[in-house]
Design a protein. Structure first.
Length: 234
């Protein structure tokens, strides 16, 4: 794995699958519990799609949490004592969790920039986690979703992409992806040499599709559990 100089602030990503779509209720019930979690600086509960990229198809049994923590000890306390984490252990059919060292963050999320402070330095080798998020302008929704299938297919075939999931915090217009890559070169190959992805980026810039966007990169340094039956980082 990539080595990095640690900062006190860390991020985490949690992907949880339940046996029933009734798990949707947790999106409401978990919010007050997360608001009261000690050391939780920023968080978003996210529904997931059926594809690897942002898509219209929703998987109502699978949900994600992305979070920034003041320190790793705060995440440890959450995993040990929070009713949310307890339910992941007892009710989920499958769950996967990873700890992340922030490396870069460009853009904002609902007007906030959780990584305004120092960011870790790294040696540029080893596994990479990438988070992208966009708030799509309503008049660009049709064009955006027409562009998704080729990108989804490219991700499926992309050498070096270990896993990827499309997510949304609000139907249709606020979409995100979380992906894991073998190394930074694999991320570059997808971003700049994949024709489908390059075309979408050109259209995004030319036609101003997004009202807000971000790109963040992390070093994944500790994972546990399963994502579609395996831990993609092992």
């Amino acid at each position: 794995m990539m080595t990095a100089t640690r900062t006190s602030t860390i991020a985490s990503f949690h992907l949880v699958r339940y046996n029933s779509a009734r798990a949707m209720r947790h999106m409401a019930f978990d919010r007050p519990l997360l608001r009261s979690a000690g050391g939780l600086l920023f968080w978003r509960l996210l529904g997931t799609g059926r594809g690897r990229a942002m898509s219209l198809g929703a998987d109502l049994r699978r949900w994600a949490l992305f979070a920034f923590w003041r320190a790793e000890s705060d995440l440890e306390a959450f995993l040990r004592a929070s009713p949310v984490a307890a339910r992941w252990r007892t009710e989920a059919a499958e769950s996967w969790h990873v700890r992340l060292i922030p490396v870069s963050w460009h853009g904002s999320w609902s007007g906030r920039e959780p990584l305004a402070g120092p960011i870790a330095r790294h040696d540029g080798e080893g596994s990479v986690a990438v988070l992208t998020r966009a708030s799509i302008r309503p008049r660009r929704l049709v064009a955006f979703y027409r562009s998704v299938p080729p990108v989804d297919e490219l991700l499926r075939r992309q050498d070096g992409c270990l896993a990827s999931v499309g997510m949304g915090e609000w139907p249709l217009a606020r979409q995100a992806t979380f992906s894991l890559w073998r190394d930074r070169e694999a991320v570059r190959a997808f971003a700049y040499r994949g024709e489908a992805h390059r075309r979408v980026i050109e259209r995004v810039r030319a036609h101003d599709w997004y009202a807000e966007e971000l790109f963040a990169r992390f070093v994944p340094y500790r994972s546990e559990g399963a994502w579609d039956g395996v831990d993609p980082l092992r």
